[in-house]
Structure formats: structure tokens, C-alpha cells
Ligand binder design. Structure first.
Ligand code: ACM
Ligand code: ZN
Length: 629
């Protein structure tokens, strides 16, 4: 006998940063239904794209649904109202209610690109082409934005029969409101005064949201918003979605407001990494395993003790899509983690009643997860299978001088199989039971195997016997590296060749100077991109095998290309290598290309090159003292 713990068992899907076609959304709904999740929170608008047709404002989709990405290609997509109706019906047929989210007053650059008069300054812009939060927001002093939202809500609300309408409300920078005479006039007119807890501008946001609450209510909906709507005074009947930890939810429930818990800090952000980032597709960061998602209890003890636990109406996992570049990666991030929420929201209650706790509970979880994955296979869904990982950062190139001890773990108990003869492993290959030694150059292929017999993606690791690369005898050196700078934006090193002659020469003390040659504001608006190549020597402190990691374009040592991040999102380096190096000076060449790939500007990086001696636990950056030319 089972019963749900919560009436609201949610999943949020962001289709603004990347757009997923109707079929993908339906598959998402199918899997939600299969696992008794009942509320689909559809994040339809953001700085990077407006994804729902609004008949009164056609430019929202003509202009606001498209952007020219950093790579120079146009990206776009939106749902027509007919498609929305179709999806709403599809969901309803599967007992799933959809909560639409139309963001206000921040995260609105796509709408402002379409209708610039909605912002304070009214300047023409474009949908944002990088991740992070846009500081151009809706003007709270003008009347147009209020009218705009009345009209938008009037079209959107009737498409969704559910009780909730989500107005966003998160992460709205107040910088433009502080400077805007109209916003300041509104603050004076409404008597909004800053106090110890909240600035006048935060109160202005609260004014904005409270006006919108009336509009939402007029359409027979309950307003829900991210926990920032608490700042400056909570709208009378608002439901709060607590994402910045549980504090917002606790505060709201204490005031007898309904709450949905979805704290990123407690594992509810399933766009985070779920395995070693060095062998996983790039993500926004963080780390959340299926187990962590499963263990989260959305009713904080303090609320339960105060008799306010019943204000927690449910729990939700959020799927933000900045790094979900395609359907495959999207599914790989979501599944199977999101299913854990079902196990939480639905079954744990029953588990508890059966007295299944602690280690027992987790064993139970593993068994259910194994079965759930078989069903995902039946639906052709891609999902994460924990891969064999190496301690202190996985690496597909392991240099050694005498022997390499190969140690592998998985972040859930998992059978691992491997070969040493270059052939692809099968479920019948040698089972990994303990670390093993390699003494000659060998290709290790290793994969996880699920109880169903399905294998995870095999890893191929070249384990190479090396002799220490000798240090250079250099008569005289001076501190720092020689750097050449090239104007312009380069997506790959290939086009850099042609630009060699225009280089300016200078000496840099630290690798940081590779990436900070032009000031780069958070918005990256108007940033002049450039490329830089730095050359000289790195002083290796002692003989040994070193692991090398960097988010620069390329790292060369002793004339050999060590780290090559060509074409990659320059974040969370996934192209580490290792090399046996003798103590002393080694030639080094570092290449930086200023560009935006996959929404991440490379000059948001610190330009560091990280080394880890094979017996050390942590990487440490190459310091100024180690560089000369
Ligand atoms: C959020 O993650 N900005 C709600
Ligand atoms: Zn304004």
C-alpha cells in the first residue's frame, strides 16, 4: 500500500536557455507520469529566449525567441499556443498539471529585446547570449510593463487549467531601478522607504509582484514565485518556491504561506554534476548524486516542530538548461536523478511505515533504481550510468615511470569490467575487484555494468611508460612569460595563424594576465575579444609525474600539446593529461582565445594552469615564481 507524502510532486524544466521541441517535452511528461510526479513547472521565458507565442506581442517570438550565439550561429525556437494546448492536454491525460512560468521583473532581456520600451532606458538590445543574470530589467516606474504583463497573462493563463501561475521574481538586479528617474518617482509616489531589512528598490519589486498577483488572481489563479518575492514584503496569497536554501520556505511557512521546497543546496538542482566533472559533459557546477536527491526531506524539523509542516505543499527538482546543449545531454542530466524525487515524494512514506531506514533504505533505493532504469531503456531514454572514476580527478592519459597503480570507484555501488588488450569490454570481461598495477604501456578500457547487463560508456585510458622529460639548461632567464596579443575573436587556433603579424609583445608575470587584457563586465556587452600566446619556461619543483589541467585553449610543455580544449566550453577542463617531468625548467606555451562557446565567455576564467603531482591529492596553480623567459 502506497500513498503520496505531498500533493505537489514537481519537476521544473527550463526551455528558455535551450529550447526542446514538443516531442522532447512529451517524453519528459511520459517519464514524470510513469513515476507519479504530478506537476510540471514550465520555465517558458528568460533573458536568453522567450518561448511562448503571444498573439498581441508577435515580436516576443519573432525577435525574443532568437539569439545569435557566441559561435555566430542563430539559435531559436518557441511553442505556438496550439502546441501549448496540445502539451497541456497530453499532460492532463497523464494526470500532470502544468504550471507556466513567465518571469518578471528580471530575467526579461528577451522580451526587452523585442520591446525595448519595457526597460528603464529603453535601449535596443538582443536576447542575452551568455549565461548569468542580465542587469537590464523591466522598468517598474513606467506603466507599459504592467500593461504588457496584464496582456501576456491574459493570453497565457487560459491555456493552463491548473491552479498556479508562476511569475518568477528571482534574481532581479536593482541597478537600473536605482538610476531610473521613473522608478525613483514610483518609489516616492508609493511611499516605499528602505529600512534595515530591505532597500526601497526591493520594496519596489514587491510592489511590482503584488500588482501582478492581483492580475493572476483575476484569472482565477494562485500566484507562485521564487523566494525573492519575500523581499520587501510578501504578496498576500503568494506561494513561495524556496530555492536559495530552505530559509525562504521556512520564513514563508512561518507566515502561513504555502511553500514548495526546491533548494539547490539540498540537491534539488539536477543540472549539477552527478559524477567526476573531468569525465562528464560540462555543467553549471555543483555536485548532486541520486542518493542526495533521494535523501532530501522537504519538511524542515523547525517547521514540523512549530506545527507548520503542512504548509510545505511539495517538493520539486529543477532542470536548468544552460549546459543541456542537446536532447541526449538533457536526458543524461535528468535521469535517473529525477526519479529519486518520486521515490521521495511518494514511496518513502511507505518505506518508513515498513521500517526501512538507513543503509536498508539505500539498498532498497538501488534495487528500485535498477528496475526504473530498465523501464527508461524501454522508452529509449538516455540516462546517467556512474562511470569508473580515478581518485583525485579522472584522467584518460596516465604517465608513469616505474609502475602505475590503477584504482577505480563508482559513486553508486556498481560492477566494473575492464580489458587490457585494447578490445572493448563486455559484461563478461574481467571484473574489477581491487587496484591493479601496470608496468608496460597499456590501454585500459573500463566500463560499469548495470544488473540488467547494460553497460555504461567505456572509458579508454592510455597508461604510458615514460622517462622523465629532461629539464632545459638555460643560461639566463627573467621572470614572467613573453606574451603576444592578437586583436579579434578566434573560435579556434587555426584562424590565429593568419593573424600572427599583428601581434603586440609584452611580458606577463602571471597566467591570469592571459585572460584579463580587456576589462570584461558581467554582461560582456561591447567586450573586444582578443587572443594571446604566452611562451617561456615553467620551473618544475621536483622529479615526478604531473597531472596538468587548464581551461585555456591549449597548454604546451616541451613542445608537446598537453591540454587541448579546442572547440570546448572553456569550463571544468575535461582534457587533462599527465607527463613525467624532471626537476628544472621546461618550455611552456599557453594559448588563450577570447570567445564565447556554449554560452560561457572564456575570459570569465582565471587563466590558470593547474598541476598535481601523481601522489598529491589536489591540483595547485603554476605560480608567478615558477615562470620565466
Ligand atoms: C533560480 O535558480 N534562479 C530560481
Ligand atoms: Zn525604471
Amino acid at each position: 500500500r502506497d500513498e503520496p507524502c505531498f500533493g505537489y510532486r514537481g519537476a521544473m524544466f527550463d526551455v528558455a536557455r535551450y529550447f526542446y521541441p514538443v516531442e522532447d517535452v512529451k517524453r519528459f511528461i511520459d517519464i514524470m507520469a510513469l513515476h507519479k510526479l504530478n506537476t510540471f513547472h514550465w520555465h517558458l521565458t528568460d533573458d536568453q529566449g522567450w518561448r511562448i507565442e503571444i498573439k498581441k506581442y508577435p515580436k516576443l517570438t519573432e525577435i525574443g525567441s532568437k539569439r545569435i550565439d557566441g559561435e555566430g550561429t542563430e539559435y531559436g525556437g518557441f511553442y505556438t499556443q496550439e502546441e501549448v494546448k496540445d502539451i497541456v492536454k497530453y499532460a492532463a491525460d497523464r494526470f500532470i498539471t502544468i504550471v507556466p512560468e513567465i518571469e518578471l521583473p528580471g530575467h526579461e532581456m528577451a522580451a526587452i529585446a523585442a520591446y525595448p520600451e519595457l526597460s528603464c532606458e529603453g535601449k535596443q538590445g538582443t536576447p542575452r547570449i551568455i549565461w548569468g543574470v542580465e542587469d537590464i530589467v523591466l522598468c517598474a516606474g513606467k506603466e507599459e510593463p504592467f500593461q504588457f504583463f496584464e496582456d501576456v497573462i491574459a493570453e497565457v493563463a487560459p491555456l493552463f487549467p491548473g491552479e498556479y501561475f508562476h511569475i518568477g521574481g528571482d534574481e532581479c538586479p536593482k541597478t537600473s531601478w536605482e538610476k531610473c528617474p521613473l522608478c525613483q518617482a514610483r518609489i516616492r509616489k508609493e511611499g516605499l522607504k528602505g529600512d534595515k531589512e530591505h532597500s526601497a528598490e526591493e520594496k519596489l519589486q514587491s510592489y511590482f509582484v503584488q500588482r501582478m498577483e492581483k492580475v493572476v488572481n483575476k484569472h482565477g489563479k494562485k500566484m507562485i514565485g521564487w523566494d525573492e518575492i519575500l523581499e520587501g514584503g510578501l504578496a498576500p496569497s503568494a506561494t513561495v518556491m524556496s530555492w536559495r536554501g530552505e530559509e525562504g520556505g521556512i520564513a514563508a511557512a512561518s507566515m502561513n504561506h504555502d511553500v514548495i521546497m526546491t533548494p539547490g543546496s539540498e540537491g534539488m538542482y539536477i543540472d549539477q554534476f552527478q559524477g567526476d566533472y573531468k569525465i562528464n559533459p560540462v555543467s553549471i557546477g555543483g555536485f548532486t548524486t541520486a542518493e542526495r536527491v533521494y535523501k532530501y526531506n522537504p519538511v524542515p524539523d523547525t517547521l514540523a516542530a512549530a506545527g507548520k509542516g503542512h504548509f510545505i505543499k511539495g517538493v520539486q527538482c529543477n532542470v536548468w538548461s544552460e549546459y543541456l546543449y542537446n536532447t541526449d545531454i538533457m536526458e543524461y542530466r535528468i535521469y535517473p536523478r529525477i526519479l529519486e524525487k518520486q521515490f521521495h515524494g511518494y514511496f518513502v512514506h511507505a518505506d518508513m511505515a515498513k521500517g526501512v531506514t538507513g543503509a536498508n533504505l539505500l539498498a532498497f533505493l538501488e534495487r528500485r533504481l535498477d528496475n526504473a532504469q530498465v523501464r527508461l531503456d524501454g522508452h529509449g531514454i538516455n540516462y546517467y550510468i556512474p562511470q569508473p572514476e580515478q581518485p583525485n580527478g579522472s584522467c584518460n592519459f596516465v604517465a608513469f615511470t616505474d609502475k602505475a597503480t590503477m584504482t577505480f570507484t563508482t559513486n553508486r555501488p556498481m560492477k566494473m569490467v575492464y580489458t587490457l588488450d585494447g578490445t572493448e569490454p563486455t559484461p563478461e570481461s574481467t571484473v574489477y575487484t581491487a587496484p591493479f598495477d601496470i608496468t608496460e604501456t597499456t590501454t585500459v578500457k573500463i566500463a560499469s555494468v548495470l544488473p540488467s547487463g547494460k553497460m555504461g560508456k567505456p572509458r579508454t585510458i592510455l597508461v604510458e611508460k615514460q622517462t622523465l622529460a629532461p629539464a632545459k639548461e638555460v643560461a639566463k632567464t627573467t621572470p614572467g612569460l613573453d606574451m603576444e596579443v592578437f586583436d579579434g575573436m578566434y573560435l579556434s587556433v587555426n584562424n590565429l595563424e593568419a593573424a600572427q603579424k599583428t601581434g603586440k609583445k609584452q611580458v606577463i608575470k602571471t597566467t591570469r594576465e592571459l585572460t584579463n587584457q580587456v576589462p570584461a563586465p558581467e554582461s560582456m556587452r561591447g567586450v573586444k575579444q582578443y587572443a594571446a600566446i604566452a611562451t617561456g619556461y615553467v620551473n618544475i619543483p621536483e622529479d615526478g609525474v604531473y597531472y596538468i589541467s587548464s581551461d585555456l585553449e591549449e597548454v604546451w610543455i616541451d613542445g608537446k600539446l598537453m591540454v587541448n580544449n579546442g572547440g570546448e566550453v572553456k569550463r571544468f577542463s575535461r582534457h587533462d593529461t599527465s607527463a613525467a617531468l624532471a626537476k628544472g625548467l621546461h618550455e611552456i606555451k599557453l594559448v588563450f582565445l577570447g570567445h564565447i562557446i556554449g554560452g560561457w565567455p572564456s575570459n570569465w576564467n582565471d587563466g590558470s594552469v593547474q598541476l598535481r603531482k601523481s601522489d598529491a591529492e589536489k591540483f595547485t596553480p603554476i605560480t608567478a615564481e615558477m615562470l620565466s623567459h
